[in-house]
Design a protein around this ligand. Structure first.
Ligand code: HEC
Length: 142
């Protein structure tokens, strides 16, 4: 478990300070992300637990997201009124407004104007389950 490995390096006091600064959400992320050193640091936080990216891919087609977006490997997704979603997993912000995290992306997909008032992207009737799977697919576009 890498927390323990790290503890030896930074010392007990420092470790406690760091863990406190992370808070419960940070600790949960650490736990979910695991400690695989072969995964680059940014990618560890970009996975969507319990999601099915393949199903997400099909749902993106079914919800007609491609009417407004270019989406790699989604048939017919060549729309131009929204930004291209190529390499979306590397994007730092959603709609240039909120950080691109799995949690915020799922909220965005369900109801964009609720997250970013005034945005031109309409709510598309996406359920929480569909948003989870779509987010997994979009986050994997690197
Ligand atoms: C009617 C056109 C339209 C449809 C349909 C649409 N979008 Fe969008 N989408 C937009 C526009 C316009 C933006 C840019 C919003 C902004 O910057 O405020 C956007 C932004 C986004 C972003 C953020 C992109 C970025 O670079 O920040 C994502 C992700 C996204 N849409 C996903 C989807 C998904 C998934 C669907 C299907 C459920 C969908 N969109 C359907 C118009 C659309």
């Amino acid at each position: 478990m890498c927390l323990h490995r790290r503890a030896r390096r930074v010392g007990e006091h420092q470790r406690r300070a760091r863990l406190t600064a992370l808070g419960p959400a940070g600790l949960l992320l650490l736990a979910l992300a695991g400690c695989d050193r072969s995964v680059p640091p940014d990618a560890r936080f970009q996975t969507v637990p319990q999601a099915d990216a393949r199903r997400g891919q099909a749902l993106l087609a079914r919800h007609q997201c491609g009417a407004c977006h270019v989406i790699p490997e989604v048939p017919g997704a060549a729309g131009r009124s929204g930004p291209t979603l190529e390499h979306f997993g590397r994007r730092s912000y959603i709609a240039g407004a909120v950080p691109n995290t799995p949690e915020l992306l799922q909220r965005w997909l369900q109801d964009p104007p609720a997250l970013v008032p005034g945005t031109a992207m309409p709510a598309m009737g996406v359920s929480p389950e569909a948003a989870r799977d779509m987010a997994a697919y979009l986050m994997a576009l690197r």
